[in-house]
Design a binder for this molecule. Structure first.
Ligand code: FAD
Length: 500
């Protein structure tokens, strides 16, 4: 009821600008009804919308549409889904105008920030894609140890702004991942046992709703939308134009160690991790990669082609503490007789995001994974899958979380002590089916150990059921109810393949 009142009030308040907009677009509905050519409709739409949008508008009938459309997707595999319009938002007014236009013209809208969704969840047939990448301002308030960030901001942009104040944030490991989609889907970032899943550091958000209103949501104002902003993923019923974030004092000294063992020694590795992980300090982060040996010369000389690579990062208050944290790994079987090792190296968050270059191999990419509470059985399963790898760039990463208690009630509601992610990169489209087959086989093999999916990492387009499988039952039910409440006319695209 409160929402409806507000909706009606806002209809009055915004009626002038909307009338101007719709008035300017006189004849548009007529064109849509009378023209059998969708391209004529799209051109007309673009011209009329341009009256109210400061950013660029690209319609599906434009000559260079394909260049713009493909450019939205970070990776090399570009799905063939085609929105009718791409709006490059420059301002909040652009966002509001686009949402109003969509509602009045029975079109659907979806936001895209960094375009790193591997399944390109933002790319839909028909409707409007609202590109938020140009909206990427970050402002820091060092006194309250908070910042605001627009959704297009890349992880390193946030880190650069915070660093002079001695602050940090659990951004993504990929340097060009924007916080828009990363936070919306949860966000498994740095220092996860202390800084937790990143969306729990959202203190509030500015959101444009289906009625074109912009509201600020937080614990006190629209707590149900605030609940959803923290983890709803690519089915959120609104557009975030700004996040209000809690920042954290940077660790005094960040040290990192790395140990490489032959893949064939996976049992030694997994039994060491079984012992280490449950007792590990919350300032220690451990990641295991089963991957190709990047030392090609060594492989040619007879070294194993596939390896277990253990990365350990210590977020201690000072060198002494960080060294002590890493020593637990050095003293374990992981530190004994590795093929190669680096120990106690000084690093920082910006280096770890790969700020100076994209640290991920480029090409066509697929990622899928699950949350689990198992260690040894999962590693044994993945060892077998690695032996059947179909591309040389096959990596399975397992991130260990010593702290799986979720700090708050939020849409993000499913977690385990291991986050397993298969990352496959390849170059040739003709290998797509082979890759998909390997992924299917791996997910089937992991099924007995799976607690569910992590919506940010998964292919929720090919497998729409994994949207629901990324939430607790109660969270999913609540998300469905909230969508009906706040977007009754279905202005925003729903989760891919899920009917409103
Ligand atoms: C190289 C690489 C490294 C990665 N590293 C990590 C990592 O370390 N940890 C991790 O957890 N994940 C990681 N990811 C996954 C990443 O978090 C997700 O792909 C995330 O969605 C990317 O954010 P984005 O802004 O690019 O989202 P986009 O791809 O732009 O959007 C994804 C979806 O988010 C929604 N969305 C985006 N912006 C908004 C908005 N402003 N308002 C409302 N909804 C919005 C839309 O529904 C959209 O479909 C990585 C991905 C890649 C490719």
């Amino acid at each position: 009821m409160r929402y409806l009142n507000r909706y009606n009030k806002l209809r009055k308040v915004t009626s002038f600008s909307r009338r101007k907009f719709i008035g300017g677009a006189a004849g548009l509905g007529f064109a849509a009804l009378t023209s059998s050519s969708s391209s004529l409709f799209a051109k007309s739409t673009r011209q009329k919308m341009a009256m109210n949008i400061s950013g660029k508008i690209i319609s599906s009938s434009d000559d260079n549409y394909e260049m713009w459309r493909k450019g939205l997707v970070w990776q090399a595999a570009k799905p063939n889904r085609k929105p009718e319009l791409i709006v490059q938002a420059k301002s909040i007014d652009d966002v509001i105008s686009t949402v109003n236009y969509a509602r009045e013209n029975k079109q659907k809208v979806i936001a895209k920030s960094g375009g790193h969704s591997i399944c390109a969840s933002f790319l839909r047939n028909e409707g409007i894609l609202l590109n938020m990448l140009a909206m990427r301002d970050v402002e820091v308030d060092s006194e309250s140890q908070t910042c605001t960030a627009q959704p297009g901001a890349w992880g390193p942009t946030v880190l650069n702004a915070l660093e002079p104040h001695g602050l940090g944030f659990p951004v993504a490991r990929g340097g060009s991942v924007s916080i828009g989609g990363f936070l919306m889907g949860g966000g498994l970032g740095f220092n996860p046992n202390t800084w937790r899943i990143a969306c729990f550091s959202i203190l509030g958000a500015d959101v444009v709703l289906a009625d074109g209103s912009q509201i600020t949501v937080n614990e006190k104002s629209y707590p149900d939308i605030y609940w959803a902003v923290r983890g709803a993923g690519p089915g959120f019923f609104g557009i975030v134009t700004k996040y209000y974030l809690k920042a954290y004092p940077l660790p005094g000294v960040l040290l990192t160690s790395q140990y490489i063992h032959p893949l064939s020694e996976y049992e030694k590795v997994s039994s060491a991790l079984e012992t280490l992980v449950p007792d590990s300090d919350h300032k220690l982060e451990i990641i295991l990669l089963l991957t190709s040996n990047s030392d090609k010369a060594a492989v040619e000389a007879g070294a194993p082609a596939q390896v277990c690579l253990i990365n350990a990062n210590a977020y201690g208050a000072d060198e002494e503490e960080s060294r002590a944290l890493l020593k637990t790994i050095a003293d374990s079987p992981l530190g004994k007789k590795p093929l190669a090792k680096k120990e106690y190296e000084l690093t920082n968050l910006k280096v770890m995001t790969g700020e100076t270059g994209e640290s991920f191999p480029r090409g066509r990419m697929a990622t899928e994974g699950v949350w689990s509470n198992s260690i040894a059985p999962v590693i044994a399963t993945l060892y077998k899958r690695m032996k059947q790898a179909v591309t040389p760039i096959t990596t399975v990463s397992i991130r260990f979380l010593g702290n799986t208690r979720l700090p708050d009630e939020a849409a993000f509601s499913l977690i385990g002590s291991t986050n397993i992610l298969s990352v496959l990169t390849w170059q040739d489209e003709k290998d797509d089916e082979k890759i998909a087959g390997w992924m299917r086989g791996t997910m089937d093999a992991l099924a007995p150990y799976s607690l569910g999916h992590y919506i940010n990492n998964d292919d929720v387009v090919t497998y729409p059921e994994r949207n629901q499988a990324s939430f607790s039952e109660a969270s999913w039910k609540k998300l469905r109810v909230l969508r009906k409440k706040y977007d009754p006319e279905g202005v925003f695209h729903d989760y891919y393949g899920i009917d409103s």
